[in-house]
Design a protein around this ligand. Structure first.
Ligand code: BEZ
Length: 238
């Protein structure tokens, strides 16, 4: 077999255990994902410290940290920069940057130093078509059992939509808590999808079963009402 010196890049997959690693962060050492057992965690990468898109993203993430915490969700950042660069950048953000009404922003969640790119490579964050030397903007949604439940990758030039990241966390927790699925653009309070049963016969029978708040568009597509109050009572920390 022909051998090449091209490195094998792994891409994590939905439904599989989050790759394990130990690292140094701005908040001390981290053992991932075991330190987050029992919590949801968003592990995300950014291309480089001291860059504008990343700065706008960090300020937004830091401003939303408490909101994510209300859903038992912690944040962990990563770039292939070193610890001293991370510390200097976060200090600059706090002391100097005022952006869209955010100022004096303190980033209290850990930011991983990954100068060897070991973690970035494990998580498929280095995508050579985009850059060999910087991580793309990856986002991994990891559940309390350490399983990857969703992931989103963005290119270097595209800042993330943080409302969407929060929406994904809320939707994942809702689907778990109520054994339902969520339709396009779902938000808490919108109708949810009743998962289709295994066979057409069962689904047809269920379509004919009357239930308050249930609506069937066809035998394979039934929804039911689920109030925002019920969703929040189940998933939001008191
Ligand atoms: C930025 O965060 O602004 C950025 C970083 C790397 C490449 C392009 C933009």
């Amino acid at each position: 077999m022909e051998t090449t010196n091209q490195e094998v890049m792994t891409l994590p997959r939905i439904g599989e255990a989050a790759p394990v690693f130990n690292a140094v962060t701005t908040q001390g050492p981290i053992n991932f994902p075991s330190d987050y057992s029992g919590k949801w965690v968003i592990l995300f990468s950014h291309p480089a410290d001291f860059t504008p898109v990343c700065t706008s993203e960090f300020m937004t993430f830091a401003s939303m940290e408490d909101e994510f915490r209300q859903y038992n969700c912690e944040l962990v950042g990563l770039s292939v920069d070193g610890l001293y660069s991370h510390i200097a950048w976060l200090r600059t953000i706090k002391e100097k940057i005022e952006y869209k009404g955010m100022k004096n922003v303190e980033v209290n969640f850990p930011l991983i130093e990954d100068i060897t790119m070991e973690v970035a490579k494990k998580y498929g964050m280095i995508q050579p078509g985009e850059s060999n030397t910087k991580a793309v903007r990856a986002v991994f949604f990891i559940d309390p059992k350490g399983i990857i439940r969703a992931m989103i990758y963005y290119p270097l030039s595209l800042g993330r939509n943080f409302d969407e990241l929060l929406r994904v966390i809320i939707a994942l927790q809702t689907t778990d808590a109520f054994s339902v699925a969520t339709p396009a653009d779902w938000r808490p309070g919108d109708e949810v999808i009743i998962p289709t049963a295994g066979s057409c016969g069962v689904a047809k029978e269920r379509m004919e079963t009357k239930e308050e708040g249930k609506k069937c568009y066809d035998w394979f597509f039934c929804t039911k009402e689920l109030s925002e109050k019920k969703v929040m009572a189940e998933i939001k920390k008191k």
